[in-house]
Design a protein around this ligand. Structure first.
Ligand SMILES: [Zn+2]
Length: 503
């Protein structure tokens, strides 16, 4: 074997195991690379067998909590994260990188030269050896896929709590336009528009490419009880709608949605809204609201929702926060003042925002209806996370670029280019914060035991491409995406795997 083959790219110090899964019975260790399997045997009286299906190493781990990123590795077993490793302080820098961006590997006694190794993501399986400590290698199963995530971020899959994709999922259950943004979980049924029966919809759709959950929409309840007329509901009709709502919430729906601005939902009174809000509160779920006005009557409309929250104690999700049209841009600071003082007062309130300065009403025009300064200020609020408000229709028809570009746009324009959010904060706003809000307790962070919804992307390359003229262009920069441990994007290409679960 060639001399360089025996060199070790070491080891000592290496990476320490920060969390210990059932498969990894070491409390403290190192993580390292060794080129020769022979040497490994010599050094290792007690190899640790593991049953990992995938090991993503050498990546910048951003765990979704907002904590600073660290160089490390993550193992997936079945549909869960089974180990997470962190580089130990004082470890030799660059020891996993090779010299001058080149790296030499031995494979089955043959030499495999890999050029520019640390800039090219790869999934070369052997002969890497990963060490628990300086004498103890992990023994990986033959099938374990190893991904070198050099230069890449490894994060939880994104969670989009605000989507309008029911028609799209019917024709495109693999949901590629969502996956190519890094989204692994989405909530539909927003703004009052849900399906008549979530259980029937679930059967109709069959398996999906991402995790999915559907709110109960007020318009849908009205359709079933009143029809399309925008008249006030009678007490009897409200009772019927409450019964339908209770049944769906009992069946697992994450909450109730309403768009007070849209026909025929405009007919709802504040008192009627309070009736549903009490039901939602009783079930400990979420009231997702599109305000009665997002423009001229913005502040009054927001006050209405606050009064419902005060009266009922319901948890409110304020959808697509914005002050629409230039004449109302100056209301933004007042809106944020009210938003934050309501939270200080104890109201259970969060909001979501999309990454564009125009709404779907501006599609086909060049109008800017949302102030970007306001948008940035909204994004920077603690209680605001990212949602796309994406409308996707049959076959992938789109009427706003946010459907295909929203999440990469946050990372490209607001994190990388304008630097108005840290990477870690932006990722938290796309992962753990929405997961906590919607009670997805086993998603939204990278930690042992969490579902393996895992994204690998290049922070320098990630880019939305969708525009007003071409709203259907997919984003670039996503290398790998796992949904429940299954690869749904592999080497930047969708695999068409239907790995999603209904939540
Ligand atoms: Zn809406």
């Amino acid at each position: 074997m060639a001399e360089w083959n025996r060199r070790q790219f070491l080891l000592y110090g290496g990476l320490s195991l920060v969390t210990v899964g059932t498969a990894v019975l070491v409390s403290k260790g190192a993580f390292a690379f060794e080129e020769s399997a022979e040497t490994a045997k010599k050094l290792s009286p007690n190899p640790i067998p593991v049953n990992w299906d995938t090991l993503i190493w050498n990546g910048k781990i951003i765990d979704g909590t907002g904590a600073p990123l660290f160089l490390g590795a993550l193992a997936i077993e079945g549909d869960k994260i089974s180990a997470l490793f962190r580089e130990k302080e004082g470890a030799r820098p660059g020891r996993l990188q090779g010299d001058n961006g080149q790296f030499s590997l031995a494979e089955n006694e043959q030499v495999l030269q890999v050029e520019n190794y640390d800039s090219a993501i790869s999934d070369i399986r052997e002969p890497l050896t990963f060490w628990a400590d300086e004498n103890t290698p992990f023994v990986l199963p033959e099938h374990c896929k190893i991904i070198n995530a050099a230069g890449r971020c490894v994060t939880p899959g994104f969670i989009d709590v605000h989507s309008h994709n029911e028609a799209y999922l019917r024709t495109n259950p693999e949901a590629e336009l969502r996956l190519t943004q890094g989204i692994t979980t989405q909530i539909g049924g927003n703004c009052g528009n849900s399906v008549p029966s979530i259980t029937a919809f679930r059967k109709e759709l069959g398996p999906l490419g991402l995790n999915y959950s559907q709110l109960v929409g007020y318009r849908n309840l009205r359709n079933q009880v009143i029809g399309d007329s925008a008249r006030k509901a009678t007490t009897d009709e409200i009772d019927k709608m409450v019964a339908l709502l209770e049944a769906e919430l009992a069946d697992g729906a994450p909450g109730f949605s309403v768009a007070l601005e849209y026909h025929p939902q405009t007919a709802i009174t504040t008192q009627e809204l309070e009736v549903y809000a009490r039901v939602v509160k009783d079930f400990d779920k979420i009231l997702a609201v599109h305000l009665r006005s997002e423009s001229d009557g913005l502040l009054e409309a927001f006050d209405e929702v606050l009064s419902v929250a005060r009266q009922t104690g319901v948890a409110v999700q304020y959808g697509h926060v914005k002050a629409l049209f230039q004449a109302n841009w100056s209301k933004h600071s007042l809106l944020m003042e009210r938003f934050n003082s309501a939270i200080a007062e104890g109201i259970d309130l969060w909001g979501d925002v999309y990454a564009y300065d125009f709404s779907s009403w501006d599609f086909g025009t060049n109008r800017v209806s949302i102030s970007e300064a306001n948008l940035i200020d909204t994004l920077q609020q603690d209680r605001i996370f990212v949602g796309s408000d994406s409308g996707l229709y049959e076959g992938g028809r789109v009427n706003h670029p946010r459907a295909c570009g929203n999440f990469p746009r946050i990372l490209a324009r607001y994190v990388r280019d304008k630097e108005v959010l840290s990477l870690e904060t932006a990722i938290a706003k796309m992962t753990s914060l929405p997961a906590r809000r919607f009670r997805f307790h086993d998603r939204g962070t990278l930690a042992v035991g969490q579902k393996a919804d895992v994204l690998v992307f290049d922070p320098e390359q990630i880019q939305d491409r969708a525009t007003r003229q071409q709203p259907g262009l997919i984003s670039t920069g996503i290398d790998y995406l796992f949904v429940n441990g299954i690869e749904t994007i592999s080497a930047s290409l969708p695999t068409k795997a239907l790995a999603g679960q209904w939540l």
